[in-house]
Design a protein around this ligand. Structure first.
Ligand SMILES: *[C@@H]1O[C@H](CO)[C@@H](O)[C@H](O)[C@H]1NC(C)=O
Ligand SMILES: *[C@@H]1O[C@H](CO)[C@@H](O)[C@H](O)[C@H]1NC(C)=O
Ligand SMILES: *[C@@H]1O[C@H](CO)[C@@H](O)[C@H](O)[C@H]1NC(C)=O
Ligand SMILES: *[C@@H]1O[C@H](CO)[C@@H](O)[C@H](O)[C@H]1NC(C)=O
Ligand SMILES: *[C@@H]1O[C@H](CO)[C@@H](O)[C@H](O)[C@H]1NC(C)=O
Ligand SMILES: *[C@@H]1O[C@H](CO)[C@@H](O)[C@H](O)[C@H]1NC(C)=O
Ligand SMILES: *[C@@H]1O[C@H](CO)[C@@H](O)[C@H](O)[C@H]1NC(C)=O
Length: 354
């Protein structure tokens, strides 16, 4: 589908992926699920039955900070009922040459849309997003979104540290929308209503009797919570509370400011909090209970793997072009990560000269 159109609720322009990726097969979701699709982007997808890694190359700007979001609506496009077949349906995502997250669609309703988001700094003029075949189902993607952020936002995100979205919630109910995004949010971040079913996770509790839900992943999971507060009461409210991550007190005796938003995190420190439990706890002498306006939770994505020198990349791409090698498994970084280096290309990895 080569059409370019404006998405109706957001007015954002969407382009076909033609020119951003080699290979793959384009599909429509099954007619059965067409009516459930809330936008055009979710009605079509590209699947990658061949190659262990397939990369999209997105235009960006060196050193610039971006939000990258990938959305997945299976919609039984292949008629195989793959999400409900009982076997594992799971594939991976790389951001550039680093592992970002796994997409696990096992037992997920075929009409569901799930999304993954990473906040990252572009290492060059192009930013690649790769789908990785784990041997447990054909990778596919419905849409990819790249949104520029301001450099001052998420100051702890740098060329070696990216963050993967876990949840982003707004509290209170100014609107009945389950998700608010652009134009309510200039950067098109998805904010879920705290009353949406997805946000029924009892992971954030204002009382001490909080139930705890385990995060997927292992105990080494490193989380970065960001709490957003603004006082809503006009006259010298007597409100103070403690902010905990698990058992650890992050901010004692905190009082939200009246005229500004306080976005609280500890200089981008990642916390070991495998239960992902957070607590706002009224101090003894506070009259008013705690409040919270919005909450974001991210996990750490290490950007440690090295990329191939950009001159070498340009030269080898010239070779590819010269011999018209569009069909072979030559996309993404030529040498990194090692296990996905280009077929037939011999890369050397000297420790002395990285
Ligand atoms: C998909 O598989 C599930 C579980 O086996 C079954 O209940 C459902 O009817 C199947 N759907 C289709 C469209 O075959
Ligand atoms: C970095 O590359 C190594 C070797 O290719 C690979 O095993 C590892 O998973 C990569 N690390 C990340 C964070 O992607
Ligand atoms: C994938 O999701 C299924 C169903 O929710 C779950 O049983 C399974 O443990 C998950 N696998 C991984 C590796 O997270
Ligand atoms: C980045 O993208 C541009 C435009 O598609 C292309 O000309 C250039 O070769 C790409 N650079 C790399 C390093 O892939
Ligand atoms: C990125 O941030 C981390 C954590 O604050 C820091 O340790 C690291 O040195 C920074 N990396 C770069 C390249 O600035
Ligand atoms: C907000 O919640 C209150 C209480 O549940 C309800 O009465 C009100 O209609 C809701 N407002 C909106 C815009 O949903
Ligand atoms: C809640 O706050 C009170 C008073 O500040 C304190 O004594 C108590 O230990 C806190 N509870 C938890 C679970 O942190």
């Amino acid at each position: 589908n080569r059409r370019t159109y404006n998405d109706s609720p957001t007015g954002i322009q969407y382009h076909s992926d033609h020119g951003f990726v080699d290979g793959g097969l384009s599909h429509k979701i099954s007619t059965e699920f067409m009516a459930d699709a809330t936008n055009e982007q979710q009605k079509t997808l590209r699947s990658f039955p061949q190659r262990s890694r397939n990369c999209y190359t997105l235009p960006s700007a060196t050193g610039k900070k971006f939000l990258v979001r990938a959305l997945f609506t299976y919609g039984d496009y292949d008629g195989l009922n793959s999400t409900m077949s009982g076997s594992l349906f799971r594939f991976g995502l790389h951001i550039g040459v680093n592992f970002w997250e796994a997409v696990n669609l096992t037992n997920s309703d075929p009409s569901n849309t799930i999304w993954k988001e990473v906040l990252t700094v572009a290492p060059g003029n192009n930013l690649s997003v790769c789908l990785i075949n784990f041997g447990t189902g054909t990778p596919f993607v419905s849409s990819l979104e790249l949104r520029p952020l301001q450099d001052v936002m998420y100051p702890f995100v740098n060329s070696s540290v990216s963050i993967s979205y876990f949840i982003r919630i707004r509290f209170g109910n100014m609107t009945t929308n389950l998700i608010t995004r652009y134009p309510m949010d200039d950067y098109d971040r998805f904010w879920e209503s705290s009353s949406s079913s997805y946000a029924t996770y009892p992971f954030l509790s204002r009382t001490t009797s909080n139930e705890v839900r385990r995060l997927p992943g292992n105990d080494a999971f490193q989380l970065l919570p960001i709490f957003h507060f603004a006082e809503v009461v006009d006259n010298n409210p007597n409100r103070s509370f403690n902010i905990y991550s698990g058992d650890e007190m992050l901010f004692p005796d905190f009082s939200p400011s009246r005229s500004q938003v306080d976005s609280m995190h500890q200089n981008g420190r990642f916390l070991h909090n495998p239960a992902a439990s957070f607590l706002l706890n009224k101090t003894n002498n506070s009259v008013l209970p705690p409040l919270i306006n919005a909450f974001e939770l991210y996990s750490l994505v290490r950007m440690d793997n090295l990329t191939t020198d950009s001159n070498d990349v340009s030269y080898i791409k010239e070779v590819k072009k010269h011999y018209n090698l569009a069909q072979i498994n030559w996309n993404g970084d030529p040498c990194s990560p090692r296990e996905y280096s280009w077929e037939g290309l011999i890369c050397s990895y000297p420790k002395s000269n990285q």
